[in-house]
Design a binder for this molecule. Structure first.
Ligand code: AMP
Ligand code: MG
Length: 399
């Protein structure tokens, strides 16, 4: 039997086959969440656009600041309005976000003042420039605010909006076809007979794809026949940028994906040292890349997360394609086997450290373990893990 190949080596090789999409389109911010930015964007404005007040209080010249003096209030400047130049020796009432008037350089917060008849006395001396948010302190005019390959997350969309951009060029989201193979599968909501199970992979895969910003072409359940598999693959290759199948890539004679793909293109089964997860297949159908993911739900989920996801993100043009990894401490004993294992773990904070607790049943059909988990912990081949040992985890946030 040929040696199993390490996961990282397989992923690196697969990344070498990626053809990054060149399709782009102009999208409004309303419609761009999770899209991949096509090219760098520079700000045409300063943020904030002018020096403005960080507090409700009084704008003044720092050089005039002294205690035991009653100041006249010569102006009132709410946010959104430009005040007059400050009359020397006076204060201007000012509100958070309002522009600092000419002649003022410091804002005394309201809490550090006292009303005396019609005037104001300072109860504490300000620092020079206190409570003034400087023009351009967040973003200087001309600065690059997002780069080609960045993901337009909620926070990034907020940043783009803050420089007044309403539309931007994004990489058109890839359309990913998903096919669930298996005559035992029944869609949720339908009556189930002995020997059948509900199709869960379809929803897990479609959900992960949508969460990551891809378009999904769901081809539903594909019968375990060569004809049905060929027809579904041809349709997928015509309409989608990438095909994901679940199940049907093992060696049994009921597994038609491999043979059908070989008729239309090519498919290689990768002997990867991953648990859960083998077998995993990669190839193309008439030039459209295809991943044949294993059918067991946890295997589908893990191989998608570790392999297919990385490939898809690279194909979409994202600059960050590798999953996040953190180091935590193990709360359990574990002996690594002959394949790298992705254990479903839950994270807890205790005594200033983060500990990973392991789900008791790590079987490849135990989807409750994935739902329970916060992260996948990596147990390397032959690794002896003891409580307190450092452990690498891949968080599963949002997926
Ligand atoms: P296979 O790779 O087709 O041999 O499938 C491996 C295991 O995963 C079998 O127990 C299948 O019943 C199960 N399985 C395959 N596809 C799905 C699916 N879409 N949803 C839930 N379980 C599945
Ligand atoms: Mg099957």
């Amino acid at each position: 039997m040929p040696a199993l190949r390490p996961v990282d080596e397989v992923v690196d090789e697969l990344l070498g086959y990626v053809e990054v999409t060149r399709k782009t389109e102009l999208r409004s911010l309303d419609d761009a969440l999770n899209c991949c930015v096509a090219s760098d964007i520079q700000s045409e404005v300063h943020v904030p656009p002018q020096d403005n007040s960080a507090m409700d209080g009084y704008a003044m010249a720092f050089s005039d600041a002294e205690l035991n003096r009653i100041y006249e209030i010569s102006d009132r400047i709410p946010a959104g309005y430009i005040g007059n130049a400050l009359v020397p020796g006076t204060l201007a009432r000012i509100f958070t976000g309002a522009s600092i008037p000419a002649g003022a350089d410091t804002v005394v917060m309201q809490e550090n003042t006292k009303q005396i008849d019609d005037g104001i006395e300072l109860t504490q001396l300000p620092r020079d420039g206190e409570n003034v948010r400087r023009q351009g302190q967040d973003i200087e005019q001309g600065a690059t605010i997002v780069k080609g390959g960045d993901r337009l997350t909620a926070k990034t969309l907020g940043l783009v909006a803050s420089v007044g951009v309403s539309k931007l060029e994004v990489k058109t989201p890839l359309k990913v076809a998903i096919m669930s193979t298996g005559d035992e599968l029944v869609e949720p909501g339908e009556a189930i007979s002995p020997g059948q199970i509900y199709n869960s992979n379809r929803f897990a895969l479609a959900g992960m794809l949508k969460t990551l910003g891809f378009d999904v072409l769901d081809l539903g359940i594909v019968e375990d026949t060569r004809e049905a598999t060929l027809a579904a693959l041809e349709r997928a290759a015509e309409q989608a940028d990438l095909i994901l199948t679940s199940g049907g890539v093992s060696v049994g004679e009921e597994d038609h994906v491999k043979g059908a793909v070989e008729t239309l293109g090519r498919l290689d089964v990768w002997k990867m040292a991953i648990k859960p997860g083998k077998p995993l297949a990669y190839g193309n159908v008439k030039g459209t890349p295809i991943f044949g993911l294993p059918g067991n739900p946890v295997s589908t989920y893990v191989t998608f997360h570790v392999v297919a996801r990385t490939y898809l993100l690279a194909m979409q043009g994202f600059s960050k394609v590798q999953p996040d990894v953190y180091t935590v401490r193990s709360a359990f004993d574990f002996s690594g086997g002959g394949r790298r294992e992705y254990l479903r773990v839950k994270l807890h904070n205790r005594d200033g450290a983060t500990y990973a607790e392991r789900f008791s049943n790590q079987g490849s059909g135990i989807m409750t373990s994935v739902v329970w988990a916060d992260a996948l912990a990596v147990a390397e081949v032959g690794q002896q893990i003891h409580p307190g040992d450092a452990l690498t985890v891949l968080p599963l946030t949002g997926l």
